[in-house]
Design a protein around this ligand. Structure first.
Ligand code: CP
Ligand code: NVA
Length: 307
């Protein structure tokens, strides 16, 4: 892989992604067979997190450690950044200690500034704008269940947020159909959407949840209020028709996969019954973050795509 940073999915092309999916599947199968790997022995992953995380943090740390490497976890408040040390200095210094850095923060610009000044790969572990690694592991889950992502209809229901933006980018690169069904005033960023369409993304918009899911292969949702956002007045009422519940699923194909990046707010964007139901693959999604992160770290650090 010739790329250096993963700031958004636009840093990858289709063959990069296909290689990651294949490598992640191989890591998953090896781990199921109990094979112990040491590919990243001696390598150090740093994590700077400015927002909470259960899955992304633990799966990145576990991926690194299971491959023989080690990790340094830092809350942004632990760093001199909070005492106005510039990002460019921080990035240059950290690059002398560790081999790769995953950052979860608010501003995409901050991440870009890190990348500009670092001499190690920088990975976006979620910003207000994107969540690229999430979508990579989600597509791995789709491939496991459907063998392919080609020609599938992915339906996004709810807030046009960071996760939606990464789905938009993924559709531009991989070519599946994406239907965005968001409440008025909560559409994804127009620039991100237009850019993806220009790149060839087959993306349509719908304001009718029942209509949108009619030929869905995947129905995806996320929290109504993301980290760092303020809940708007009457937001819950506005979002209620976009909830994934039994009534909505009755309008979708019986084998449509229900996906959620988690954490879920049961009873808001998804009902308890659907989250626990047989169309839900959310636990596979969560697990696959581990395998996908292993593939990503190996590609970025060893520049190799086979084990
Ligand atoms: N899906 C996801 O990124 O979860 P965390 O916020 O727990 O990392
Ligand atoms: N959109 C959510 C995703 C959490 C993984 C958030 O940013 O809070």
């Amino acid at each position: 892989m010739s790329l250096k940073h993963i700031l958004s999915l636009l840093d990858l092309n289709k063959s990069d992604m296909d290689r990651l999916f294949a490598l992640a599947a191989e890591f998953k199968s090896r781990s199921q067979k109990g094979i112990i790997d040491h590919h990243l022995s001696g390598k150090v992953l740093g994590l700077i997190f400015d927002k909470p995380s259960t899955r992304t943090r633990i799966s990145f740390e576990a991926a690194m450690m299971q491959l023989g490497g080690s990790t340094v976890f830092l809350n942004k408040n632990d760093l001199q950044l909070t005492r106005h040390e510039p990002i460019r200095d921080t990035a240059r210094v950290i690059s002398r200690y560790i081999h790769v850095l995953a950052i979860r923060t608010f501003s995409q610009k901050m991440l870009e500034e890190f990348a500009l000044n670092a001499s190690i790969p920088i990975i976006n572990a979620l910003t207000d704008s994107y969540h690229p690694c999430q979508i990579l592991s989600d597509i791995l889950t789709i491939i496991e269940h459907r063998q392919t992502y080609e020609h599938l209809n992915i339906v996004w229901l709810g807030d046009g947020n960071n996760v939606a933006h990464s789905w938009i980018n993924a559709s531009a690169i991989l070519g599946f159909n994406l239907v965005l069904c968001c409440p008025q005033g909560f559409s994804p960023d127009t620039e991100i959407l237009n850019n993806a369409r220009q790149l060839g993304g087959r993306i349509t918009e719908s304001s009718e949840p029942y209509e949108a899911v009619k030929s869905a292969d995947v129905i995806y949702t996320d929290v109504w209020v993301s980290m760092g956002q303020k809940e708007q007045e009457s937001q819950k009422t506005l979002f209620q028709p976009y909830q994934i519940n039994k009534q909505l699923l009755a309008h979708a194909p019986k084998d449509a996969m229900v996906m959620h990046c988690l954490p879920a707010h049961r009873g808001e964007e998804i009902t308890d019954e659907v989250l626990e139901g047989n169309q839900s693959v959310v636990w596979d999604q969560a697990e696959n973050k581990l395998h996908l992160h292993k593939a990503l770290l190996v590609e970025l650090l060893l520049n190799r795509n086979s084990i």
